[in-house]
Design a protein around this ligand. Sequence first.
Ligand SMILES: [Zn+2]
Length: 127
Amino acid sequence: MLTTAETDRYRRRLLSLRRRLVVDVSELEPEAIRPVGGDSSGDLSDVPLHSADPASDEHEEQVDVSLLQNESQLLTEVNDALDRIERGTFGRCENCGREISKERLDALPYARYCIRCARKFQADNAS
Ligand SMILES: [Zn+2]
């Protein structure tokens, strides 16, 4: 089980991640999401936001769209994770109900599924 302090730490990371995402998404599509005010700065240096994949010029437009989709999707994941914290279900796999490992939550605080289920889904999608 996650302690209150641990949950709180993930909440702070999720909130600062969300602030950054909201800014990014609104820059790409100004009318999509209105930035929310916030002044505290979170340390995001350890959050793997992008799997660095430099865009080539000829596909720039396409990349922008997929970037927006990814970030919008990520924003949804982050919001859902914050919602789970509020409901007290954060840290549990939505598929099997097992606890998500802290290592996984440290890497992906918005992780919805445990590593087993995530791998299973990935395998299903790959086929
Ligand atoms: Zn699971």
